[in-house]
Design a protein around this ligand. Structure first.
Ligand code: GUN
Length: 292
């Protein structure tokens, strides 16, 4: 039976360490500030954004939420981003995705000052990540890397498969694992024989957004399984959250596995606060604390 990777506990620990660093910065009259922008229209986003703001305040940071009408134009959203770029009390800016159809998400992301881009989605940060230049790293893959390093200590030589090729998770995850000396496969909806690819892998990162798509019997015995999926399904007349991995079956063969909820989810917010702290330290020429 595989070990459960407790992402909630790891994230709580990380948030405590961040809060200690925030106290030290405040002693020097520096308060890290995070702004989250949400355009109305996606109900799940409202829940996520409120959770982000709550945690931001809990670690002692300054929190701003901007909620814009669902019919907001591209120009109006860009103006809000520009204002936050120029706001000295704000060190991190996150525009919650998805955005409504009238808005071009790429141009919004690339309008954020790269030094305040705590999502790490700006093309400059993407380029820095892939060329091993110090960058703000996308939160979910960063959280997955922290959990993997905590569990396995050294990833050198491991065969890793990432199922999903999104800009938010799959692609940056690949870069991070290459830097940790893994041999990386990125699989996606057109991959042939996904089962055989997964079976060969010591590390499985599931980030496809399809409930329980990765079957338990595909998992190599002893492998480490990181499930990024958060899917709301109905089972036995009840609403339930499940990941992209068939958890109960996978748990029987995996060496270690993240549950859903309580695995990767809490790490994403902790890493957002981590990135806000990093952006604040860089801006103020303060040493960046090492947490992992
Ligand atoms: N929507 C789902 N995940 C994310 C994320 O990590 N960042 C942003 N900005 N939006 C998201």
């Amino acid at each position: 039976m595989g070990k459960l990777i407790d992402g909630k506990k790891f994230a709580d620990n990380l948030c405590n360490k961040i809060a200690e660093e925030v106290i030290k910065l405040k002693d020097k009259n520096i308060t890290p500030g995070l702004a989250v922008v949400r355009v109305e229209g996606d109900p799940a986003s409202a829940v996520y954004v409120n959770m982000k703001a709550k945690k931001t305040k809990e670690v002692g940071m300054h929190s701003v939420i901007k909620i814009l009408d669902k019919n907001t134009s591209q120009d109006d959203l860009l103006k809000v981003v520009e204002e936050l770029n120029n706001d000295k009390s704000i060190n991190g800016i996150l525009v919650q995705l998805p955005l409504p159809k009238q808005i071009n998400a790429d141009s919004v992301i690339n309008t954020i000052n790269p030094d305040k881009d705590v999502d790490g989605f700006h093309a400059i940060n993407t380029g820095r990540l892939w060329t091993n230049i110090d960058s703000l790293v996308p939160c979910t893959p960063l959280g997955c890397k922290m959990l993997l390093l905590d569990e396995l200590k050294d990833l050198t030589g491991k065969k890793a498969i990432i199922v999903g090729r999104s800009n938010i998770v799959g692609k940056p995850m690949a870069s991070l694992l290459i830097s940790e000396n893994c041999t990386v496969t990125i699989a996606h909806s057109k991959t042939e024989n996904l089962k055989d690819e997964v079976k060969k892998s010591d590390i499985v990162i599931a980030a496809v957004g399809v409930p329980e798509m990765i079957k338990g019997k595909w998992i190599k015995p002893g492998a480490t399984v990181i499930d990024v999926g958060i899917n709301r399904i109905e089972r036995g007349g009840k609403q339930k959250l499940v990941g992209d991995v068939e958890f109960e079956e996978a748990k029987k063969v995996a060496g270690a596995i993240t549950p859903v909820p309580g695995g990767v989810g809490p790490m994403t917010i902790a890493c957002l606060l981590h990135n806000t702290l990093v952006a604040t330290c860089k801006k103020n020429n303060k040493e960046i604390p090492k947490f992992f």
